[in-house]
Write a protein that binds this ligand. Structure first.
Ligand SMILES: CCc1ccc(NS(=O)(=O)O)cc1
Length: 308
C-alpha cells in the first residue's frame, strides 16, 4: 500500500510527506484496511501527525477583553489571518469580531465559513455575517441541546413569525423534516432587500462522535450539495465549537466532488490544509476514520445499504 511504499522508499521523512499523502482511488479500500489494522495503528499515527498543524498562528483578536465573551469555548479561537471580519460599527471596539474562519473547498479558497454555534449574545452578529457575506446556505451539525447542555442558540424563529436579529429580519418560509435532518428556507431581509437562505440541520451527530451509519452522513452531504450546487456565496457550516463535526462534514463534501475528477485522494492533506485555517478541524481520530469509511462506502457503491 501507500504506507508500505513510503516506508520502503524512505519517504516518511520527506517534507512533502509531512503535508500530503495521496492514495490512488483504485487502492483506497485496501489502504483503509491497512490503516485500520492492529487497532487502527496507522490511523492513529497519521492523525497524530496533524496535531500541531497551524497551532503557531496568532488569535489576537479573539483574545481581546472586549471579544472574550463572544467565544463559546476559551480554547477554540479563530486564527487572525483567516478570521471573518464583520463590517465595524462606528466606534464600537470589537464590533468586527465573530468566532469564524474562511475555509477552502473543492470549488474555491473561501468556499465555506466555519463558525461556532451562536451564543444568545452573538446571534445578531451571526446574522450580520450571513448578510454581509451573502451566504445562501447554512449547515448546522449539532442539536441546540445535547445531553442537557446548550450546544447552540436557537438563532432562527421558533415559528413562522418574522423575527428581528438586530436590524435583520428572519422568517421561516418552509420546513421539510426527514428522519435525520431538516431542510428549511428562511426569508432574510435588511432594509428593502430580501434573500432566501437555506438551512440544512443534521440532527443525528453526537458531539465528539460520528453518525451511526456513514450512509446517513453521505446522503446529508449530497442533499446539501445538490441544492447549494456551486454557488459563489460562502456556505456557513457550524456545530457547537465549529471544529469537529464541521471539519468532518467539509472534508466529506470536498472528497465526494473530488473523486468525480481525480483518481487520487489525499485526506491527510485536506485536513492539514484546513487546520492551517482553523484549529482542530476534524477533532477526533474517530472522525478522521469516519471520513475514510465514508469515502470507502461511496467507492464500494454501498450508499444505499442502510436507511438514511
Ligand atoms: C472543548 C471544546 C469543544 C466542544 C465541542 C466540540 N465538538 S464540535 O466541534 O463538533 O462541536 C469540539 C471542541
Amino acid at each position: 500500500s501507500f504506507v508500505t511504499h513510503v516506508a520502503s522508499q524512505g519517504m516518511a521523512n520527506s517534507p512533502l510527506y509531512a503535508c500530503s499523502r495521496s492514495v490512488k482511488l483504485s487502492e483506497f479500500v485496501q489502504h483503509v484496511k491497512i490503516m485500520g489494522a492492529d487497532s487502527d495503528f496507522r490511523f492513529s499515527e497519521e492523525y497524530e501527525a496533524l496535531k500541531m498543524v497551524g497551532r503557531e498562528q496568532p488569535s489576537t483578536a479573539a483574545d481581546l477583553p472586549v471579544n472574550r465573551g463572544k467565544n463559546r469555548f476559551t480554547n477554540i479561537l479563530p486564527y487572525d489571518h483567516s478570521r471573518v471580519k464583520l463590517i465595524p460599527v462606528d466606534d464600537e471596539d470589537g464590533s468586527d469580531y465573530i468566532n469564524a474562519n474562511y475555509m477552502p473547498g473543492f470549488n474555491s479558497p473561501r468556499e465555506y465559513i466555519v463558525t461556532q454555534g451562536p451564543l444568545p449574545s452573538t446571534r445578531d452578529d451571526f446574522w450580520r455575517m450571513v448578510w454581509e457575506q451573502n451566504t445562501r446556505s447554512i449547515v448546522m451539525l449539532t442539536r441546540c441541546i445535547e445531553k442537557g447542555r446548550e450546544k447552540c442558540d436557537h438563532y432562527w424563529p421558533i415559528d413562522s413569525e418574522q423575527t428581528y436579529y438586530g436590524e435583520i429580519q428572519v422568517a421561516v418560509l418552509n420546513e421539510s423534516k426527514y428522519p435525520y435532518w431538516t431542510i428549511s428556507e428562511f426569508k432574510v431581509t435588511l432594509d428593502m432587500e430580501s434573500r432566501v437562505v437555506r438551512h440544512f440541520h443534521f440532527t443525528a451527530w453526537p458531539d465528539f462522535g460520528v453518525p451511526e451509519h456513514t450512509q446517513t452522513l453521505i446522503k446529508f452531504v449530497r442533499a446539501m450539495r445538490d441544492r447549494a450546487q456551486y454557488s459563489p456565496h460562502p456556505i456557513i457550516a457550524h456545530c457547537s465549537a465549529g471544529v469537529g463535526r464541521s471539519g468532518t462534514f467539509i472534508v466529506i463534501d470536498r472528497l465526494i466532488q473530488l473523486i468525480k475528477q481525480s483518481d487520487t485522494v489525499d485526506i491527510f492533506g485536506n485536513v492539514y490544509e484546513m487546520r492551517k485555517e482553523r484549529v482542530w478541524m476534524v477533532q477526533t481520530e474517530q472522525q478522521y476514520i469516519c471520513i475514510h469509511n465514508s469515502l470507502r462506502t461511496v467507492l464500494e457503491g454501498r450508499e444505499d445499504d442502510m436507511p438514511t
